[in-house]
Ligand binder design. Structure first.
Ligand code: PHB
Length: 358
């Protein structure tokens, strides 16, 4: 029998009823204090027919924020808010993991405690502008993390993982993609350190491996996924040798027996990406592979049938179609996404996309 998007699968200890994953999507609609609120519960519950939901990227501390109205996963009220989301998804037979996130330099003093500088591997200002409560503002030159500050960052990941488990999540996904803190350490355009955390592949991957080990020690590898984006130029990112770097990263991750590897296979937002062989990358990883970026039903099925991917993460299609699984199953037409309501606002363009009429 040929496997397809509708075949069940197990990612580590997480059993999925199908291979369609809702990709993490920033929506900027959390309540005060970064606490998920009623409309967030409705939005995720509506999408519980996905085999797995990966939550929107979720800051692990006050310093991890880089956009307005993000839900956090580090205070008691945030855990209580997420528990309502998780319980609603579970009640509908769905599975959900928390994507744990530190933005590093992709932030702005106005979003951080006491207006302090964002942190990064090196004091290099990214090109571009931050989304702030006062509108778009130029990025600033971040403060390079002192080596003595790194264990504190690892501890934030540990704390967030404990919070996610307390909220009842089926696991966590470590966000190491898209130009945020862990990716800033990996790629040499943003990491110019001369200590044990810069230079060689091993050094640039050191913080990531410390974080993965710490999170796995808390949750168990079978409840931990990781997301990488080897050639995504978004957030002013670049590496001089991405194929060799990420082949190394993936090989090094094998020791942790993770639930899955989630790969953004190119540049998001249509960004021109460097050439990269994702089929070759996949072969370096021993566990399950989640493919993401502009897949549709046909390409998803083809990637699963060929053995390239075990599951496919769909972003915009799930945003606009809460019942995407049923629509793909029946070849029904799709709702079109409204880009004007992607980031911030209320229920409009969030929890009001129509289901198929029955
Ligand atoms: C965004 O808010 O634009 C965003 C957040 C997390 C990502 C990518 C983009 O991984």
């Amino acid at each position: 029998m040929t496997l397809d998007l509708f075949s069940p699968v197990k990612l580590g200890s997480i059993s999925l009823k199908n291979r369609m994953v809702m990709a993490p999507l920033t929506r900027n609609r959390a309540g005060a204090g970064g606490v998920p609120q009623a409309m967030n519960v409705t939005y995720y519950e509506q999408r519980a027919t996905a085999g797995l939901i990966v939550t929107e990227a979720t800051p692990i501390s006050d310093m991890a924020h880089g956009y307005p109205a993000l839900p956090g996963i580090y205070t008691e009220s945030q855990v209580a808010g997420w528990k309502k989301v998780v319980d609603a998804v579970h009640a509908k037979g769905g599975k959900i993991v928390s994507q744990i996130w530190h933005v590093g330099r992709i932030s702005h003093p106005s979003l951080l405690p006491n207006g302090i500088l964002p942190i990064a591997p090196s004091a290099i200002k990214p090109a571009g502008q931050a989304f702030t409560y006062q509108g778009l503002q130029d990025f600033v030159t971040p403060r390079a993390l002192d080596v003595s500050g790194l264990p504190g960052i690892v501890n934030e990941y540990i704390h967030a993982t404990k919070c996610a488990l307390a909220a009842g999540f089926d696991g966590v996904e470590i966000h190491a993609a898209n130009g945020y803190l862990l990716d800033q350490f990996l790629r040499d355009g943003s990491n110019k350190r001369t200590d044990n955390y810069g230079g060689s592949f091993e050094n640039r991957a050191r913080l990531l491996m410390e974080v993965v080990k710490a999170v796995v020690d808390v949750a168990g590898g079978d409840k931990v996924g990781i997301r990488i984006s080897p050639v995504n130029p978004f957030n002013d990112m670049y590496d001089s040798n991405p194929q060799a770097l990420f082949n190394y990263v993936v090989e090094s991750l094998n020791q942790f027996n993770l639930a899955y590897l989630h790969v953004v296979e190119g540049g998001i937002g249509g960004g021109g990406a460097q050439p990269f062989d994702f089929v070759a990358l996949r072969k370096h990883f021993k566990g399950a592979y989640m493919a993401n970026l502009a897949y549709d039903k046909a390409r998803g099925n083809a990637a699963i049938a060929s053995g390239h991917a075990d599951v496919i993460a769909y972003g915009v299609p799930f945003l606009a179609n809460p019942d995407l699984v049923e629509r793909y199953r029946t070849n029904a037409p799709l709702n079109q996404a409204d880009v004007n309501t992607f980031y911030g606002g209320d229920e409009k363009g969030y929890s009001d996309y129509p289901f198929l009429k029955v």
